[in-house]
Design a protein around this ligand. Structure first.
Ligand code: BG6
Length: 508
């Protein structure tokens, strides 16, 4: 039988195959940082890739006293600065025709009446078909008011097969109790199936690749268990400080900011069993099982660490310490680095520690999952000959150098049987010709298309807080975090935490 030529770029390599139906997207907080730098460029890039229906409409809602032209030039500017697909006048024209702006405060009933009229008008004039998503890119303290006003004006109500959805950004609370309160508020107004919680890490290609790697291959999964795995390290390191985000970050800290969501989601994807299907129900079910099985060690003093960056030098110049940052109180105990040891009490992972760490002003920007395998039970060479060989490691490089690395021992050329560690690499940039879409592109498209496998369920949010709350309570009783130098890999206590287990953090 003649074999068909395989073109890896088409259709197998097509990353964003679905097209959004006719619909409107309303962004609350459209003048904020996230909207300007991520959401507006992502919407435009979706349009530019032909993935939005021509009837698509974008409405901005914010306090500014803007007319349509002001909003247009603001959106255009954000797009020109942030687009990844290049600015195209025709795409812009198509998008521009569907732009609307509603000026008002988040609690102003009149502004919601104006929004309701805008939405109704879009249905008539643009053909958005009664389908509307409300993106709350605003501080969560406003969620209750916005949801209530949407309900008061009937904007949450749909007829027949129309849909109304709400897209919300983290933080989903600051502990279990507040996460539940927040959820109660939202669920009074929207069905759970219409709530899309954004964890933008799940929109990253390399994060979705964890599933492809594990479940589309045969060679990894047999080793993916306690019998072979010594431990797992999940690192999210940033080399920047908190910048202008003091208002958000102070009192939140690294654990609430990224461990509760991004890192625990990475852990869930790494540790979960194969879902029956890649759909929202099955994905969520498997992740929930993992999160339910997560256990903290009894002694939190020796199995966790937290730090705060001090002033120092990074990137060739002096940088402020966290306590000197604008808007941060001189006695703030907010951690900018957090490390936590966790166990997943299942047969597959019994006794295998998962070490999670996240921090700002660390050695470099890198997010990775390193699965570190046990040493060979027996090596038929003299010990001295394998001294340079360590443990096999499989590293999923989430960013910025997206790909995977496998570390293993190989014979050093020569007459001796000497073994040394070498690496085998897969890089997205080399293997595929297309750029990965931005996480927000994928997630906005999924929300508009109603596909939710990449959005965490409220149960996952609550399970994650259940894991983290005892650690946060413990830290709150401990005074100031340990200082660390900018450009380092966190405080000494984080290294001591690993050393107590006879292990060391990888230097990514
Ligand atoms: C956000 C955090 O969720 O993720 C930020 O709130 C962090 O503190 C950011 O800087 C990092 O995202 P990325 O995609 O650059 O890794």
């Amino acid at each position: 039988m003649a074999r068909l030529p395989v073109d890896v770029r088409d259709p197998l390599d097509r990353r964003l195959p679905r097209i959004a139906p006719p619909c409107g997207l309303v962004i609350f907080g459209v003048t904020g940082d996230l909207a300007r730098t991520k959401l507006l460029p992502a919407v435009y890039d979706l349009a530019n890739r032909g993935l939005l229906n021509p009837a698509f409409a974008l409405t901005g809602f914010a306090r500014r006293d803007w007319g349509p032209e002001d909003f247009e030039s603001y959106v255009r500017d954000a797009i020109e600065k942030g687009t990844r697909t290049g600015f195209d006048e025709r795409t812009w024209e198509q998008l521009r025709a569907g732009l609307r702006f509603v000026s008002g405060t988040f609690d102003d009933p009149d502004a919601y009446e104006a929004l309701a009229r805008t939405v109704a008008d879009l249905d008539r004039s643009r053909g958005t078909g009664g389908n509307h998503a409300f993106y709350l890119s605003i501080p969560p303290s406003w969620f209750p008011v916005v949801c209530q006003r949407l309900a008061d004006t009937g904007l949450n109500r749909r007829r027949g097969r129309e849909w109304r959805r709400v897209i919300i950004e983290k933080p989903f609370g600051h502990d279990l109790a507040s996460a539940r309160e927040l959820s109660d508020v939202v669920s009074r107004v929207f069905d759970e199936s219409d709530v899309f919680r954004i964890d933008h890490y799940l929109g990253k290609e390399t994060v979705q690749n964890i599933m492809a790697m594990r479940f589309a291959n045969t060679m990894f999964e047999p080793l993916w268990k306690a019998n072979y795995v010594d431990h797992v390290q999940i690192t999210m390191a940033e080399d920047i400080g908190i910048g202008t985000r003091a208002g958000y970050y102070d009192g939140i800290g690294a654990a609430r900011d990224v461990i509760q969501n991004h890192l625990l989601q990475l852990l869930a994807l790494t540790a979960m069993e194969e879902p029956v299907r890649f759909d929202q129900e099955q994905m969520r079910a498997e992740k929930e099982k993992v999160l339910s099985a997560v256990r903290l060690p009894d002694d939190l003093a020796s199995s966790t660490a937290r730090g705060q960056y001090s002033r120092g030098v990074q990137g060739g110049g002096p940088v402020k310490g966290f306590l000197d940052e604008d808007g941060i109180g001189a006695d703030s105990t907010t951690e900018t680095f957090a490390a936590i040891t966790l166990f997943v009490d299942t047969r597959r992972w019994a006794g295998v520690p998962f070490y999670l760490r996240a921090g700002k002003r660390l050695g470099k920007r890198v997010t990775e999952i390193a699965v570190v395998f046990k040493k060979s039970a027996h090596v038929p060479f003299d010990n001295s000959d394998v001294a340079e060989s360590g443990q096999n490691v499989l590293v999923i490089r989430v960013q910025p150098d997206e790909g995977m690395t496998i570390k293993f021992g190989a014979k050093v050329p020569g007459t001796e049987m000497q073994v040394r560690d070498v690496t085998m690499d897969f890089g997205y940039g080399h293997a595929f010709t297309e750029d990965s879409p931005e996480a927000y592109e994928r997630l906005i498209l999924d929300a508009l298309a109603g596909a939710a496998p990449l959005f965490p369920h409220q149960r996952e949010v609550e399970l994650s807080w259940r894991i983290l709350d005892p650690v946060l309570d413990f830290w709150a009783s401990q005074g100031a975090p340990d200082p660390y130098r900018p450009g380092s890999w966190g405080p000494a206590s984080a290294h001591e935490m690993m050393a107590r287990d006879g292990r060391a953090w990888r230097l990514p």
